[in-house]
Design a protein around this ligand. Structure first.
Ligand code: NAP
Ligand code: GCO
Length: 265
């Protein structure tokens, strides 16, 4: 019988911050591949709303209030997940924030907060998830959500780029230390996607919208569902020999210098 390399039946997937946006789309994709889904967020009301949206899509999720930057809360949440749902087999470090401010004007506290959520939190959650995978001898999957800013700089997003660049190298470090335990640590690098996080630079005729359409060979913003194939691949047996890889889902942005207008010369 042909083994279904992409079947996640019986696996427990934690997708951090997945009450909407890219996290929810990835969680729904993992559920449709058979995984049991766990979602955390900072605010219980958002989790309740999200639970209804998941249910409307035919997916039952278990939710926990947890600030992923708080080590004690993460340890407590993971213990509850293991007791109530099962030990985490697939971790998607999706939770993230961004602050768009020129370096000269950025408060140190703002820089620190972005680093805390986008880099230190994935370190914390991955550390305790991987510890249980090693103790259980279960193997597992760590998937860190990186960014174009893992490779490129852009004005006003220095903290975010520093965090996402660091997250790329944390991914490779996790792969180096954990591959021998059959834990595959990889990343997904979304291009520019239409979510709440980019609304401010995409909507109401913002000039950045035209820039991205021109800068992206696919000539469109990504839609959250564009990430489902990548996350199911990296969560499944199909990627058991893939380690430390950042899979960019960017419509071709990183493949090109870009173009001025519609020239073809
Ligand atoms: P989003 O709409 O801003 O959602 C981020 C989620 O993370 C929210 O649910 C947020 O919860 C949660 N979160 C933030 N801080 C948290 C904390 N301390 N503890 C727990 N949850 C926390 O972002 P998105 O556009 O869906 O992006 C999701 C991920 O993809 C982020 O890591 C982002 O950097 C990355 N990414 C996005 C794009 C894009 O174009 N949109 C491209 C590349 C990478 P609250 O709503 O309660 O604050
Ligand atoms: C920005 C955007 C980007 C995207 C994404 C690109 O202000 O440049 O928010 O950072 O969120 O990370 O991959």
């Amino acid at each position: 019988m042909t083994q279904n390399l992409f079947d996640l039946t019986g696996k427990v997937a934690l997708v951090t911050g997945a009450t909407h946006g890219l996290g929810m789309a990835m969680a729904l994709g993992l559920a449709n591949a058979g995984a049991k889904i766990v979602v955390n967020d900072l605010i219980d009301e958002k989790l309740e709303t999200a639970k209804n949206e998941y249910s409307a899509n035919g997916v039952s999720v278990t939710t926990y209030v947890c600030d992923v930057t708080n080590e004690k809360q993460v340890i407590a949440m993971l213990a509850k997940i293991e007791a109530e749902v099962g030990a985490v087999d697939i971790l998607v470090n999706n939770a993230g924030i961004i602050k768009r401010t020129p370096i000269i004007d950025m408060e140190v506290t703002d820089f620190e907060m972005v680093i805390k959520v986008d880099l230190i939190a994935p370190f914390i959650v991955s550390k305790y998830v991987a510890k249980r995978m090693i103790e259980r001898k279960s193997g597992g999957k760590i998937i860190n959500i990186c960014s174009m800013m893992s490779e490129l700089g852009r004005s006003t997003v220095s903290a975010y780029a520093a965090a996402k660049g660091g997250l790329k190298m944390l991914t490779r470090s996790q792969a180096t230390e954990w591959a021998k335990y059959n834990i595959q640590a990889n990343g997904i690098g979304p291009g520019y996607f239409a979510t709440a996080q980019t609304a401010a630079i995409r909507e109401d005729g913002h000039p950045f919208n035209d820039f991205i359409i021109n800068r992206t060979p696919a000539a469109r913003w990504g839609e959250p569902n564009d990430l489902v194939g990548a996350v199911v691949f990296l969560a499944s047996k199909a990627s058991d020999f893939v380690n430390g890889h950042i899979l960019y889902v960017d419509g071709g942005i990183l493949a090109t210098l870009g173009k001025a207008g519609n020239e073809e010369y």
